[in-house]
Design a protein around this ligand. Structure first.
Ligand SMILES: Nc1nc2c(c(=O)[nH]1)N[C@@H](CN(C=O)c1ccc(C(=O)N[C@@H](CCC(=O)O)C(=O)O)cc1)CN2
Length: 280
C-alpha cells in the first residue's frame, strides 16, 4: 500500500485565495507587523515569505528588522509602539530570538488581540478552554490538512509526538476539541514506536530528522509531519522517514510542501480574524 501525499501547497493556496477574497471586501486594509531580530538565515527566509504572502492577500505588511545585539528593552519598546498603532492588526515576533532576549517576556508584551501567532498566555488559555481565539498557525494548519483528507477525527486515536508550546500542546488541544482520543508522547515516553503504532492519526513534531520509521506507522494511518530539519548535506527532511511511512500510511504530508506552507497561510487567516475582531 502506498499512501497519498497530502499537497500542503495546494491546500495553502486555496486558503490564501479565500483570505484574499475576504480582505478585498473590507472597507479597510488589515495590517501585519513582523519583527525579525538578528540574522538567522532560515528566519529571514520565513519572514520574507510571510511579507510576500501578506502583500499578495491585500494585507499591509511591514517587517521590522533589528540587529542581533538588540536589547530586550528596545524590543519591548518596539512592541509597545506596534500595540498602540491602530493600523496594525497583527504582530508577530519571529522565533527563535537571540539568547539575551527572554522570548516569554516578549510574547507576553504583545497585545493578545494582535497576537496572530496565538502564543500569548491569554490566547493559550482561551484555546485550552475551547473558546474562540487566535490559534497558533502550525497546529491550525495541521487541522486544515487533516480536514482536507476527510479523516474522521471523532473517536479516532490520535498521537501527538512532541509537547512544545508552539505545536505539540495546542495540537493536542485542537484534536481533543475535535473529539479525538489524544495521547501526547515525548522524549520520556516508554516505547515511542509502540505508541505510534496504535495511532490512527499521527502528528510528528519533535524536530528529529526521520525519527519516525515505516514500522512505527499503523496500516491506514494519516501521518502529518511537522518537522523541518536541514541535514548537513543541505537536504530538508521531516521527523518521519517519508517513503517508508508512506508504504503503510493512507496519507502523509511531504517535507517540504506539507505543513510549512500552511503555517504561512494560517498567519494570513489569523491576521484577517484579528482585524475583523478589532475593527468590526
Ligand atoms: N513567530 C513564529 N516563529 C516561528 C514559527 C511561527 O509559527 N511563528 N514557525 C517556525 C518557522 N516558520 C514560520 O515562522 C515556517 C517554517 C517553515 C515554513 C515553510 O513553508 N517551509 C517550507 C520549506 C522552506 C525551506 O525550504 O526552508 C516547507 O515546509 O515546504 C514556513 C514557515 C519557527 N519560527
Amino acid at each position: 500500500m502506498t499512501g497519498v501525499l497530502i499537497d500542503g501547497k495546494q491546500v495553502a493556496a486555496a486558503l490564501r485565495a479565500e483570505v484574499a477574497a475576504k480582505v478585498a471586501t473590507l472597507p479597510y486594509q488589515p495590517g501585519l507587523a513582523v519583527v525579525l531580530v538578528g540574522d538567522d538565515p532560515a528566519s529571514a527566509v520565513y519572514v520574507r515569505s510571510k511579507d510576500r504572502a501578506a502583500a499578495a492577500a491585500g494585507i499591509a505588511a511591514r517587517t521590522i528588522r533589528l540587529p542581533a545585539a538588540t536589547a530586550q528593552a528596545e524590543l519591548l519598546a518596539t512592541i509597545a509602539a506596534l500595540n498602540a498603532d491602530p493600523t496594525v492588526d497583527g504582530i508577530l515576533v519571529q522565533l527563535p530570538l537571540p539568547p539575551q532576549i527572554d522570548a516569554r517576556a516578549v510574547i507576553e508584551a504583545i497585545d493578545p488581540a494582535k497576537d496572530v501567532d496565538g502564543f500569548h498566555p491569554v490566547n493559550v488559555g482561551h484555546l485550552h478552554e475551547g473558546r474562540p481565539t487566535l490559534v497558533p498557525c502550525t497546529p491550525l494548519g495541521v487541522m486544515k490538512l487533516l480536514a482536507s483528507t476527510g479523516v474522521a477525527l471523532r473517536g479516532a486515536r490520535a498521537l501527538v509526538l512532541g509537547r512544545s508550546g508552539i505545536v505539540g500542546k495546542p495540537m493536542a488541544a485542537l484534536l481533543t476539541q475535535a473529539d479525538a482520543t489524544v495521547t501526547v508522547a515525548h522524549s520520556r515516553t516508554r516505547d515511542l514506536a509502540a505508541e505510534c503504532r496504535r495511532a490512527e492519526v499521527l502528528v510528528a513534531a519533535v524536530g528529529r530528522p526521520e525519527m519516525v520509521r515505516g514500522d512505527w506507522v499503523a496500516e491506514g494511518a494519516v501521518v502529518i509531519d511537522v518537522g523541518i530539519n536541514r541535514l548537513p548535506d543541505g537536504r530538508l527532511v521531516g521527523d518521519c522517514a517519508t517513503a517508508e511511512c508512506a508504504g503503510r500510511a493512507a496519507a502523509i504530508t511531504p517535507v517540504p510542501g506539507g505543513v510549512g506552507p500552511m503555517t504561512i497561510a494560517c498567519l494570513l487567516e489569523n491576521t484577517l480574524t484579528a482585524a475583523q475582531a478589532r475593527r468590526g
